[in-house]
Ligand binder design. Structure first.
Ligand code: FPP
Length: 246
């Protein structure tokens, strides 16, 4: 590991928009699903790389609420890939003491994908971390609406008051409750959008856009992103001078 990676300033929480599976397949004249299959293999590789770098939370955008609009065969293939990922990897998660969490609405998932996911989450729930967070059927706007609904019900029941609402208390209604905000958000494949991913939690996150397609985004690419993060100055609204005065 290089000096700047071992010198501290490692992001606690890295969140990745895994983009480019389709283009990876097209470049090889393969069906899109082959790109997704390769993308899943890469998940295993990046989880290991993240652990080696000391990243505590790794969140991966596996399926968005908008992804249901893809052709039915592709959605079906993604759901089966999720199932086979767990079939192949659930035991390894336990072996490596990796805690699995999910953000998103699992209720809408087909049973064959939901059941192994819920089982793996339950089996690993008591591990102290590192934590792999899969964003599945996730959308930030849906998350906000779910949070507002839950909060409004608490107000209706007389258990919460709008007068005392602050960010701390509201953030407890988000799917990411009890997780730190992402420090670094990576999107692969050259696209430079957030696509409804962790919009509130990324308020102070550093963004890193890599031209590399997700199936080719390896441990060295992740280390490059972490190194770039370590060289950024995060000011959280203050001036650079104020930070240096501390
Ligand atoms: C974006 O590539 C990728 C997705 C919409 C799905 C990401 C899913 C995986 C990597 C597999 C599922 C994950 C787990 C953890 C089992 P794209 O298809 O939009 O690529 P393109 O923009 O090149 O078409």
């Amino acid at each position: 590991m290089s000096d700047d990676l071992s010198s501290g300033n490692t992001p606690r929480h890295v969140a990745i928009i895994m983009d480019g599976n389709g283009r990876w397949a097209r470049q090889r004249n393969l069906p899109r699903v082959d790109g997704h299959r390769k993308g899943v293999e890469n998940v295993l590789r990046i989880v290991d790389a993240a652990n080696k770098l000391g990243i505590e939370y790794l969140t991966l955008y596996a399926f968005s609420v908008e992804n249901w609009q893809r052709p039915a065969a592709e959605v079906d293939a993604l759901m089966h890939l999720l199932e086979s990922f767990l079939g192949q990897y659930a035991a390894e998660l336990v072996e490596k003491h990796i805690r699995l969490r999910v953000i998103g609405n699992l209720a809408a998932l087909p049973e064959h994908a939901r059941a192994p996911l819920e089982k793996a989450v339950a089996t690993t729930a008591d591990f102290p971390g590192p934590t792999l967070v899969l964003a599945i059927n996730y959308g930030a706007r849906t998350e906000v609406l779910d949070a507002v609904r839950a909060y409004a019900r608490e107000v209706q029941a007389g258990r919460a008051s709008p007068d005392t609402l602050g960010w701390e208390s509201f953030s407890r209604y988000l799917y990411t409750r009890d997780m730190p905000d992402p420090d670094l958000i990576i999107r692969t494949s050259g696209e430079t959008r957030l696509s409804n991913f962790l919009l509130l939690q990324s308020a102070y996150a550093e963004m890193y856009f890599s031209p590399v397609l997700w199936p080719d985004f390896d441990g060295a690419c992740l280390a490059d992103a972490v190194r770039a993060f370590a060289n950024r100055e995060r000011r959280f609204g203050k001036t650079g001078e104020q930070l240096r005065e501390k």
